[in-house]
Design a binder for this molecule. Structure first.
Ligand SMILES: NC(=O)c1ccc[n+]([C@@H]2O[C@H](COP(=O)([O-])OP(=O)(O)OC[C@H]3O[C@@H](n4cnc5c(N)ncnc54)[C@H](OP(=O)(O)O)[C@@H]3O)[C@@H](O)[C@H]2O)c1
Length: 341
């Protein structure tokens, strides 16, 4: 038996993607086979096609860090045929073949059951981006500064998956003083409709010249961009405020001083949604079911692409301005199982 997969091979040090047929192997002990319904595109997925990105260490590899679908075979007693499941992170699509294929074999410990509130599509609307956003928000939600729903918050990379979910969740929780940073300032009306109070360019919110401490403007900064902009935001965080660092879309370097941390008590939280425990994941998905899922008009915008459009979409993803989440649609109808009526 064969299945279609997007396979990345290394040719002359260059990652080369191809949609091809591959043999379906025997299912290993403890593994579960999932027929993929949806996958999605995260920043890391797009990096797998970039030369020397270092995301994939062993080729050939099937990328796709997230996927949802139906169990079609199981060697793990926790998972039964027909059940709807999903997986995010865990080095899927990086060190283990991922979601950009018709079916995925994975150790059962990496899978989560879909709750009754969510659909397979919604699970991928959340995906790694939503989990990362939710994890960052849970770090600061109980803090004194967040007790005031008027507290000025700031999100960078808001047009992306992680930033889009941070905006959606914070707006859903009733925060209504949210500044968002984007290079696409023409998206003002869309971002306002999604819950942003003020839309600014990096230059408008940055500090020039850079100072160790500046006027205190933001209770919490949620940063997905890193680099120069992050260094310019830290001096503007409130006394006892917080900085939630999730990403590096704009660079990995950070220029700062210790002063905001030792004179203003600023706390920095680093977020890693890849290696967090299954218990932490379950807690995050329950929060989506009970508190974090926004009303329809406040959901991050969704673009769907088919498997055949995946390679060009991935190739242009980091440099093409986008807004919201991109889903990869494999199969929307439940497969037929033996003993079905
Ligand atoms: N820590 C974790 O566990 C974790 C998990 C998931 C993702 N991440 C990281 O979080 C970041 C965001 O991921 P994502 O999936 O939300 O990505 P995404 O959808 O591509 O969004 C990134 C956003 O960053 C902004 N940006 C600013 N400077 C940029 C630059 N030089 N190049 C590209 N984008 C730039 C863009 O917004 P504008 O065009 O509006 O300026 C873009 O929409 C990435 O660095 C990713 O690796 C971390």
């Amino acid at each position: 038996m064969q299945k279609k997969a997007l396979v990345i091979s290394l040719v002359d040090s260059q990652p080369v993607p191809e949609i091809t047929s591959v043999k379906i192997p025997d299912l290993q002990p403890g593994y579960v086979r999932v027929q993929v319904a949806y996958s999605d595109i995260n920043y890391k997925d797009a990096l797998t096609l970039k030369k020397d990105s270092g995301v994939i260490r062993q080729f050939p590899r099937v990328p796709g860090v997230d996927f949802s679908g139906w169990v079609i075979a199981s060697n793990d007693p926790r998972f039964q045929i027909r059940q709807q499941v999903f997986a995010t992170g865990w080095d899927i699509g990086v060190n283990i073949d991922g979601g950009y294929q018709e079916s995925v074999d994975l150790p059962g410990g990496f899978l989560q059951h879909l709750s009754e509130q969510r659909t397979l599509k919604e699970a991928m609307m959340i995906g790694t981006a939503g989990v990362t956003a939710a994890m960052g928000i849970t770090k600061v939600l109980a803090s004194t500064v967040m007790t005031d729903k008027e507290v000025p918050l700031l999100i960078t990379g808001v047009t992306g998956g992680v930033g889009g979910w941070q905006l959606a969740i914070l707006a859903q929780l009733g925060y209504h003083n949210i500044t968002v940073v984007t290079r696409q300032t023409a998206l003002t009306s869309q971002l306002t409709a999604l819950g942003a109070t003020r839309i600014v360019s990096p230059a408008e919110v940055g500090l020039d010249p850079l100072k160790p401490l500046a006027k205190q403007k933001f209770g919490v900064v949620f940063d997905n961009v890193g680099g120069d902009l992050l260094g310019q935001l830290i001096p503007q965080i409130y006394q006892d405020g917080h900085l939630v660092v999730s990403g590096n879309a704009g660079g990995i370097k950070l220029q700062t001083t210790v002063l905001p941390f030792i004179l203003r008590g600023v706390t920095l939280y680093g977020i890693d949604s890849v290696h967090c425990t299954i218990e932490d994941r379950e807690e995050i998905w329950q929060l989506f079911d009970n508190h974090f899922w926004p009303t329809a008009e406040k959901l991050p915008l969704i673009t769907e692409v088919g498997f055949n459009e995946l390679i060009p979409t991935l190739e242009s993803f980091p440099t093409t301005p986008h807004l919201g989440r991109t889903l990869v649609k494999f199969r929307t109808r439940r497969p037929k199982f033996r003993n079905d009526d």
